[in-house]
Design a protein around this ligand. Structure first.
Ligand code: ZN
Length: 934
């Protein structure tokens, strides 16, 4: 080295909270680490500072055991000797939602500031690749830098770069070494002098890619305790070497120096998503992209919990608070977010941990969704108590429907009506003729009626039949509409609002389909009555293997595949819905076909095909396979054994009247091991080379085939043959043919490079190891220890929700995300008895309109009594958003993601806000509301 460099040596620990050990095992390590670290910092002022891995949950985990250390922690954090935040946990970005990333940073920032300081560094050292919008998200939290390890091949790149989001936001990126990542100086020699030479070697290595004379050494690794003689090593190094200054530093100090040093340097820019594999010699920054599909049970739970919290609990609590119905339960909502976010660390949500971790995650998901659903239901019931339901007749009960999307909906809904047994009995009693008094002259019929009533059943009062054959449903001001009952069960419910002896209620639960109209982010009431007689609404007349409505026609083939015809455009998609099953000798991180495999398909299957129900409102065909698949890999894990086991698979196809989507429910009873199961949807878009997928605050365009690694080049991991999605993937030619495949909790997708251009969804990967020894053919070595994970074989039943939406133009022209949003946010229902309050039986609480304007969050502001509404524009063109509220808007402002003011907005009309959203931009509005209703 000729020039003079400064090496910022940042001691740290990377805290995988749970992974190859459980949370409690790792916390035992954490407590010991923290006890020693605090003692060291107190004892040795020369040990200046230590980095606590960018996440604040460490503080909570430690203080639960040592609450008496809080003041010490606060002092050290205030003095910048301990650096914490900005995250609550270090997430998997592709598997988190956009809002969960924001809530992660909100919570991490709040906790860090409560302790005295939030580290202002976008530290994401270990995450398995990075989403395109992360720079915009970080900027929204006042963070203008990021540092990472995976997802970028450094060939031709300096370690300092601009990283730009599709909206144009950029952060200064420091790409850690692709060889040693966040642990470049983890293993220094035990002898301080030799350790000093080691550090100099690190500096020389880092200088090769540095854009300036500011270098970083990360002195630590997973679960590493502080090396106590670091100050001594640095003194020795200072004395030994003249060409390098050695500084024991925090990451903030490194960033301050780096930012200054590159101010006048022309830096290269990397754009968008970072998902590349190592290609440069020595690179071990594995992408590990098949974390998208391992432990799909957790992923399905995650999707449902996110919906319960993001689509229902948080917005509904905020809107109910705005309406004066209930307080805003800020702490309670954060409790749900905490349980959910504790499942989002990269090793947890990635599905690459030991079985105990994924089992414990299931409980955390349950707690988060139970909190979310209880808070939501509590607000539904509080609202119901204040409604004017006087239009409900004596023999009727009210059914409230709630719509969480910000536009009106008119669709066939499938909901449960919970008819209380006491209400059914009251109705039945009321329906009996009143016996007339008996006189000596009474006619025989009266005598019989009275005697039967009085004397039947050994003198006990007669209980009339509560059985019914039909239910009538009508709008409060209208006539009955066709209804199909699809199921009746007896159950006992416990409501969040109950108190005292009415803690439980016996109900007869009736699942129905009927066509309903629901206002935007609002509710509406229907009146329900029962009828002992059958009512025969006339069913549609179609052949047994055909479903057809105004827009779509579906024909099911004997092998279980089906053709979908868009009746307006005439385009047809054929042979949809087959399954493909191949072996997997991979692990929690990577899919790997075994060296000698046979890939099975259902093309020759002969499933049972049956029509379910009568087709009033929803036509339903069920396809039942019993598929013989190889039981497992052989002992050498080179191929699958010949023995097969039957795996039951059920595909329910449901077509709603008036709907432009075909809905699928797929249930798999997985009885075989070591395999990957995919579902295929051929599009026949042979010339289409680019595919679009919904992502976090984005719709991303990707080539359908990844860039291969050239023969002879550095190879440690295959480029991903699959890609992430968050809700839907769309293939379209923009010339009249397009298919959007919508799914819930399925994150791994591919488009096969065949003339049929099948969209392939990974429904499950069943693997037996956390890290699969030396077996995988798609990676060298592998990422995790080879601990058996028998539960990752997922020997259980899994149910998936999907929908297919044919369309003719490009995704943004047809706004296919609206179809996905409706499918992924079905309305909720609540049965309530008649109330005579003052609120109208139908209302909208929020409306959002505008081309490609997506509503992301509705919440109360963290710090005060304002309403926060977050929108984004996933398209490539500017758009105009219009937001309407039923309460007067006193003031409106644009705020950043941590809710601090950017600029005030003019309020032209007091019930609406109009604004322009630039391409790919996330916009957060802060609205101060006045009194009264509009
Ligand atoms: Zn990690």
């Amino acid at each position: 080295m000729v020039a003079h460099y400064t090496l910022y040596v940042v001691p740290h620990t990377h805290w995988d909270r749970e992974w190859y050990g459980s949370y409690q095992l790792f916390r035992t390590r954490l407590v010991r680490l923290m006890n020693k670290l605090l003692a060291l910092l107190e004892r040795d002022p020369e040990y200046r500072t230590f980095n606590l891995d960018g996440q604040t949950i460490i503080l909570e985990d430690y203080l639960e055991i040592h609450p008496e250390k809080r003041a010490t922690l606060e002092r050290l954090i205030r003095e910048r000797r301990l650096l914490v935040g900005p995250w609550y946990i270090l997430p998997d970005e592709f598997l988190s939602s956009g809002e969960s990333l924001i809530h992660n940073l909100l919570l991490g920032g709040q906790i860090a500031r409560r302790f005295g300081h939030r580290m202002n560094v976008g530290y994401i050292p270990d995450t398995f690749g990075h989403i395109a919008q992360l720079p915009q998200i970080l900027r929204g939290f006042g963070i203008d830098n990021a540092m990472h390890f995976r997802g970028l091949d450094p060939a031709g790149l300096k370690s300092e770069l601009w990283w730009q989001s599709p909206d144009g936001s950029r952060v200064l990126l420091h790409h850690l070494s692709n060889i040693i990542g966040y642990s470049d100086s983890a293993v220094l020699d035990a002898d301080p002098q030799r350790a000093a030479y080691d550090l100099r070697a690190v500096a020389q290595y880092k200088a090769e890619r540095a854009a300036a004379h500011v270098l970083l050494a990360l002195q630590g690794v997973d679960h590493a305790e502080a090396r106590e003689d670091l100050p001594t090593i640095l003194h020795v190094a200072e004395d030994l070497f003249d060409d390098i200054t050695f500084v024991h530093a925090s990451l903030e100090e490194f960033w301050a120096a780096l930012t200054d040093a590159v101010r006048d340097v022309e830096l290269q820019t990397v754009y968008g998503e970072l998902r590349d594999v190592p290609r440069s010699p020595g690179g071990v920054n594995f992408l590990l992209h098949n974390v998208l599909s391992s432990r799909i049970d957790n992923k399905l739970q995650n999707a449902r919990t996110l919906a319960a919290l993001e689509r229902w609990a948080e917005p509904w609590c905020a809107l109910s608070w705005m309406q004066g119905i209930a307080d805003y339960p800020q702490g309670h909502l954060w409790a749900a977010w905490r349980w959910l976010l504790q499942n989002h660390p990269h090793d947890s949500l990635g599905g690459c941990s030991v079985d105990a971790v994924h089992r414990q995650m299931a409980t955390r998901f349950e707690w988060a969704s139970e909190i979310a659903d209880s808070l939501t239901e509590e607000r539904f019931r509080l609202l119901a108590q204040s409604l004017d339901l006087s239009a409900v007749r004596d023999d009727e009960i009210a059914l409230l429907l709630f719509n969480a999307v910000p536009w009106d909906r008119d669709e066939v809904v499938t909901v449960d009506i919970d008819l209380p047994m006491h209400w059914l009995q009251k109705q039945a009693l009321a329906a009996l003729p009143k016996p007339r008094p008996i006189t000596p002259d009474s006619p025989y019929a009266d005598v019989l009626a009275a005697r039967t009533r009085a004397e039947w059943a050994f003198g006990a009062p007669i209980m009339p039949m509560t059985t019914f054959r039909s239910v009538w449903i009508r709008p409060l001001d209208g006539e009955p509409i066709p209804v199909e009952i699809v199921d009746i069960t007896d159950t006992t419910i416990a409501s969040a609002l109950a108190s005292g002896p009415r803690g439980t209620m016996d109900v007869r639960r009736v699942r129905v389909h009927f066509r309903a109209q629901m206002p935007a982010c609002g509710y509406t009431a229907y009146a329900v009555s029962t009828d002992p007689k059958p009512v025969n609404w006339s069913p549609p007349s179609v052949s047994p293997n055909v479903l057809e409505n105004e827009y779509l026609r579906v024909q099911v083939h004997p092998n279980g595949t089906f053709d979908l015809t868009d009746l307006e455009s005439g385009q047809q998609f054929s042979g949809l819905g087959s399954f493909e099953d191949g072996g997997d000798c991979g692990d929690g991180y990577v899919f790997s076909p075994p060296p000698f495999d046979r890939v099975y398909t259902t093309h020759g299957a002969q499933p049972a095909i049956m029509r379910v129900g009568r087709g009033i409102g929803v036509q339903h065909v069920r396809i039942q396979y019993a598929w013989a698949l190889p039981a497992r890999l052989n002992d050498a894990r080179q191929r699958r054994i010949d023995e097969t086991i039957l795996c039951p698979i059920t595909v329910d196809l449901m077509l709603r009247q008036g709907s432009r989507r075909l809905e699928l429910e797929v249930t798999i009873d997985n009885r075989v091991k070591d395999h990957r199961l995919r579902m295929l949807f051929p599009t026949d878009l042979a010339d289409v080379e680019r595919v679009h997928s919904a992502m976090q605050f984005d719709v991303i365009e990707r080539p359908i085939t990844p860039v291969p690694i050239a023969p002879g080049n550095w190879w440690v991991e295959d480029p991903p043959q699959t890609f992430p999605q968050h809700g839907w993937t769309d293939l379209a030619d923009g010339l009249g043919r397009g298919l959007c495949v919508i799914s819930e909790g399925i994150h791994e997708c591919a488009v096969l490079n065949t003339p049929r251009r099948e969209i392939a969804l990974t429904l499950l990967r069943a693997v037996g190891y956390l890290g699969a020894r030396q077996d995988p053919t798609t990676i060298i070595g592998g990422a995790g220890p080879s601990i058996p994970t028998p539960e990752a074989q997922l020997q259980r039943t899994l149910t998936y929700r999907l929908a297919l939406h044919p369309h003719t133009r490009r995704w943004q022209d047809d706004e296919v995300w609206r179809m996905a949003t409706e499918f992924l946010t079905p309305p909720r229902a609540l049965t309530v008895e008649r109330e005579t309050g003052a609120r109208p039986p139908q209302a909208s609480w929020l409306r959002v309109s505008g081309r490609n304007v997506v509503l992301s969050a509705v919440k109360r502001a963290e710090e005060d009594e304002a309403l926060i509404v977050r929108l984004f524009n996933p398209s490539n063109v500017p758009t105009e958003a219009l937001l309407w509220l039923p309460r007067p808007i006193r003031a409106a402002a644009l705020v950043d993601l941590q809710e601090t003011l950017i600029e005030a907005l003019p309020v032209e009309q007091t019930d609406q806000i109009r604004l322009t959203i630039t391409p790919k931009q996330i916009v957060t509005l802060r609205l101060a509301l006045g009194e009264g209703t509009r």
